[in-house]
Design a protein around this ligand. Sequence first.
Ligand SMILES: [Zn+2]
Length: 443
Amino acid sequence: MESGGDRGFGSHLSRIYNVPTFSDVTIILDNDLEDGGGTTTFYGHRVVLAKMCEYFRKMLGSFENANQVIRLQNFRISAFEQCMHFAYFGWTYKLEHMSLEQCNQFYAMTELLMIDVGDHFNKWICNKIITWEKDIWTLLTMGVNYGLKELSEKCISHFSDIANEFLRFESFEKLPLIAVQMVVACKAMNCTRAELLRTVRHWIVVNGEMIDAKEKKELLLKVSQRKIICYKGKKLFLYGKTSPKHRTIKRNTNAEVPTPPEWLLTTVKPYAFTSQMKFQKCLLIDGIIFFLQSNRTFGLEYMYSQSEIDLKFEIKGRSKNGVKTLCKRNIHIISDFTRSNLRLVRLFFPAVKCCALNEITFAFSWKAAGVQPNIYKFGIFKNDLTMGQSSFVSHIYYQEVKPKNSTCGNCPLSWDSDSDNSCSSSYRCTGSESDDDDSAKWF
Ligand SMILES: [Zn+2]
């Protein structure tokens, strides 16, 4: 007698899975070339296949014979095996470790075999959006193609937080029209109109042959109706509406910038800039602006250079419970100082809650060789929400956690309610500030 009998048939599943003994359906798959050609045999069971796959139920229902042989062509073997695994064992650890590509093929195969994967798959893939953030457009395409509404909506919602980064992904050009329409229809997203327009125009160039003139026109019209900058919440001007004084560089553009000496090009140095501040209210912060400045310490002759940096950005919060990292982003910035010595950088991230009176640190760092920029340091700031001696951050995009109260209710510290902490209307998003138009002034 084999062990496990007291746990019923379920404990024996792995012993009968894809084993010829007692199998009554043999499935022969003609492998496609990607799977190495040849054939693969799967030993199945009529009762399992008919119950779990509509495709086989229809097929097997018309046969009376035992030991049926089914031949399938152009089926991706690995995806077929995953489907069979699901049919026999359900949603397991093994399936939870699929890569995005495997998951895409798995779902396509479940559609083909008419297997109902149920809610598990939906929940699982929606939770993967942050892990597979770099493939957000593939996920949205899956959502649209397979009618996974929750996945599509969650992709759009995550995209909208960091829209300016996601719009730069090359994979955007592969989106189907319906997905692009969803992006364009998204009411609030953290990016400029110019960034959205650039991406949509590029998509139209790449996909021009597949869409008609009316659809093109509609997409561009929708974009043009947006505000110059479309961010989700409010904008806090730490330094009023004035931008830092920048110098327009007047020079002979034909004159070449000299190549820096070898030692400078090969010596890697770390760069780090941090600013701390406390807010009088609990805020959801989802973006900042800072300015890169050409660095005079490298010598005037190199000031006009371009540089690329892989910037690490981090927000840390200190409460009485200790220091906690609230957000981490890595962004690639190409800065061009050939026309101006300053360059505005707008950074968005999924909203982080910064509780009232906790010390919040904004940290920027990178390591690089060659001529590197600085981050422009501003002086004293004071307003209804925060104050301090200096800051590398010039603007903060935020939403109030609870518009009527100063704290979210879960704060380690409370804010003195006697003080006037109302938010001035000058912080509100109007979308028409002239200094917001990157393309006009800073690029
Ligand atoms: Zn709070």
